[in-house]
Design a protein around this ligand. Structure first.
Ligand SMILES: Nc1ncnc2c1ncn2[C@@H]1O[C@H](COP(=O)(O)OP(=O)(O)OP(=O)(O)O)[C@@H](O)[C@H]1O
Length: 354
């Protein structure tokens, strides 16, 4: 499952305000990609354009052989069914319980019977760890549970592409890491193409296979996680290391005099921090879209920053990976395989109450 999306030369303005221009990128099928950028750079506008809710001024969005902005209404409607979308606020109906919220797209868009709907809804609620919360109203559950209910609803039509707008907004760091785990587990389970908009640097550094950064109305860079995390490009480096020093200022962009003053004061962007190991599915399996740790760096002759790919237990995942893969294939069906101490660090099952 999962389809590739190819964006070519996409430009969007509202009146005279250009939001971004000439954006080109490919979201690889089945992989997790993250889109970053300072506030107001048009990340949500980009998601809405991808799903056909906003029409770009120029450019193409290829989903298979269909160019979304040029599809007649009926075909656009059909193509949208390939997408599941979780908007920032979860967009749950406050007067419906969680079960009915999740069932809503099935009742609206399919002719399934109530018993078929029940099977699907319960399956999706189980995927996001919400069994037992079906009868609750959105107002009676936590922010993290609302996000997961929104995810379950985005999944009921079995999307090939999942777009998630700021899953972490309004969540504390612990709930954010549980939700990240849910997202990685979901990707392993359904294999759809994921695009996540986030401001959370820890999420961007540990969850995706690919990272993109919007700044000054352009896509500064898009590529494999290791490429961005080892990049010396000042904007990428500043953003992914959450630093004040660099081209991004409070009102989006510093002027030349501010940058000169920083240089005169001898501020430098500092050393690149280590590339952390990537978050693995909680049952230890390897996602279809996952790349071996260090593979991009090795293929491109890039020396990763010292300490990269080393987990909390001191294991270097570049070295461990071949053994890990072998342990997974010899222990087919056994969650976590036979590898001592796997899965890699930071993995917790989705807790029921967050
Ligand atoms: N329907 C619209 N009509 C006019 N302007 C819009 C519309 N939607 C968004 N904008 C403008 O587009 C710009 C980008 O908005 P968007 O919400 O995509 O930014 P963002 O990068 O997602 O921001 P944040 O990180 O703060 O959520 C903003 O200036 C916003 O006011």
């Amino acid at each position: 499952m999962g389809v590739e999306i190819r964006v070519e030369g996409l430009t969007k303005s509202f009146g005279r305000q250009t939001i971004w221009q000439d954006v080109s990128l490919t979201l690889p099928a089945g992989e997790i990609s993250v889109l970053l950028g300072p506030s107001g750079t048009g990340k949500s506008v980009f998601l809405k354009s991808l799903v056909g809710l906003l029409k770009p001024d120029r450019g193409h969005i290829w989903v298979g052989d269909r160019d979304l902005p040029r599809l007649p209404e009926a075909q656009l409607y059909e193509t949208r069914k390939l997408f599941g979308v979780l908007f920032q606020d979860g967009a749950l109906f406050g007067s419906m319980n969680i079960y009915d919220n999740v069932a809503f797209p099935l009742r609206e868009h399919t002719k399934k019977t109530e018993s078929e709907i029940r099977n699907i809804v319960m399956e999706k609620l189980e995927l996001v760890g919400l069994i037992g919360a079906e009868k609750k109203l959105p107002g009676e559950i936590s922010g993290g549970m609302k996000k997961r209910a929104g995810l379950a609803r985005a999944l009921v039509l079995n999307p090939e592409i999942l777009l998630v707008d700021e899953p972490d907004s309004g969540l504390d760091p612990v709930r954010t890491s549980y939700l990240n785990q849910t997202i990685v587990d979901l990707n392993a389970e359904i294999g759809a193409t994921f695009l996540i908009v986030t401001h959370d640097i820890n999420t961007a550094r540990t969850v995706p296979d690919n990272i993109g950064l919007l700044f000054r109305r352009e896509l500064v860079m898009f590529g494999p996680r290791e490429m961005l995390l080892s990049s010396e490009e000042p904007v990428v480096r500043q953003f992914l290391n959450a630093r004040k020093i660099g081209p991004i200022g409070m009102s989006e962009e510093k002027d030349v005099s501010e940058l000169e003053a920083e240089a005169k004061q001898g501020h430098d962007p500092g050393k690149l921090p280590p590339i952390p190991p990537q978050l693995m599915p909680s049952d230890g399996r390897i996602r279809a879209g996952q790349h071996p740790p260090g593979a991009w760096c090795a293929a491109h002759g890039v020396t990763p920053p010292p300490g990269s790919f080393i987990d909390d237990l001191g294991r270097n995942w570049v070295e461990e990976w071949p053994r890990y893969v072998a342990s997974m294939s010899t222990a087919a069906g056994a969650p976590g395989g036979q590898f001592p101490g796997n899965p890699p660090p930071g993995q917790q099952g989705a807790g029921a109450g967050y």
